[in-house]
Design a binder for this molecule. Structure first.
Ligand code: ZN
Length: 54
């Protein structure tokens, strides 16, 4: 497998989805990430602190 370049749908920057990560995602049956790590961790943090507010 090769490293893949994906464009983040949040910040529109290209980020590298490494071969190792691809393997991990495939094993877990996850879909390809649409966001870079920064935006993903940001969203996670927001979820945690925002509770169930919309
Ligand atoms: Zn991003």
């Amino acid at each position: 497998m090769e490293d893949k370049k994906i464009k983040c749908i949040d910040c529109h920057k290209d980020f590298i989805f490494t071969a190792m990560e691809q393997q991990f995602y495939e094993e877990k049956g996850y879909e390809l990430p649409k966001r870079c790590k920064d935006c993903r961790s940001k969203r996670k943090a927001e979820k945690r602190s925002g509770g169930f507010r919309r």
